[in-house]
Ligand binder design. Sequence first.
Ligand SMILES: CC(C)(COP(=O)(O)OP(=O)(O)OC[C@H]1O[C@@H](n2cnc3c(N)ncnc32)[C@H](O)[C@@H]1OP(=O)(O)O)[C@@H](O)C(=O)NCCC(=O)NCCS
Length: 302
Amino acid sequence: MTSRVVIRSAVGDDADGVAAVRRAVYSYKVMSPAATRHMITVSAPKERFLALVAESGGELVAWGSAGLNIWTSEPGQSHTSIYVHPDHRKQGIGSALADRLHQHLSEVGAVRTRAFVHPDGLEFARNLGYDGTRQMHYAGVDPRALPDQPPTPDGIELVTMDQLDPRQAYTADSIASLDEPGDSPIDSIDYDRWVEEIWNGPAVDKSLSVAALAGDEVACFTAVETDSDRAWSGMTGTIPSYRGRGLAKLVKSVALRRCAEAGITAAYTSNDDENGPMLAINNWLGYRRVQTELGLLRPLGS
Ligand SMILES: CC(C)(COP(=O)(O)OP(=O)(O)OC[C@H]1O[C@@H](n2cnc3c(N)ncnc32)[C@H](O)[C@@H]1OP(=O)(O)O)[C@@H](O)C(=O)NCCC(=O)NCCS
């Protein structure tokens, strides 16, 4: 790494620079500067989140973060994320960030970390000890061109999420998340953390997010995050007793229409290759694949 490059802890005021690098690397992983600031500044103490940035000649050119996975009951699970602006690669910045992050994770008791990489980053990741075969598909749709909206079944009321009590939304999210494919089960979502990080965070636009209510119970919901004219699907979930009735298709149809009315021209999502139902729903909505990333794991020493 050249002497012009400085690695330091990220601070809230880096949000615009981090969001710009993120957009240059992943046009489809939508995260607004406000949500980026929240990610840098708000995390659970037990996550031991470390966020780093690299500057070259005073310009922010890379991001690296790592923390313990606090949404699972499996001990020692963690996540790592590194991205370097395309104009600043092959200078050792990614490796320097990885060294710092792996060391931090080992110090805070992680036994394994997970990262997603572009196919062109596979060799870099393998050289750092990552391996695995999971695939994550990213896809996008223009919400101004959607199939006809399905009818709303009897007994179901559609509401925007700003009309919900957080407990209602939390219950549906935590139950549906149990069945989301992944390396570790999402089975330990603490309500207060969820409120602070998700419900009260700036990422989700509750006026565009839609829930299907059966009485007082959220049967199905879809959470929308935005950054000016782009949107991201935060999470779509149907509680098990209401699955297979077209509710996820319906709430996403309604939410994407609301996005189009709000000026969104591209909506993106990510789905694990094993998530047959969600891939079927998104294919039906007209999502087209823009990227596949590889989900990799790396053991960590103590
Ligand atoms: C994915 C999920 C939201 C679907 O909810 P749902 O309300 O049952 O979905 P719908 O009834 O609207 O549509 C399901 C579609 O998947 C299809 N499907 C169901 N199982 C499938 C499978 N194993 N493989 C392929 N398609 C499948 C259904 O046939 C249906 O498509 P069709 O109408 O064209 O026939 C729900 O299963 C869930 O909450 N899963 C756990 C959370 C999760 O993974 N969320 C997505 C995170 S990216």
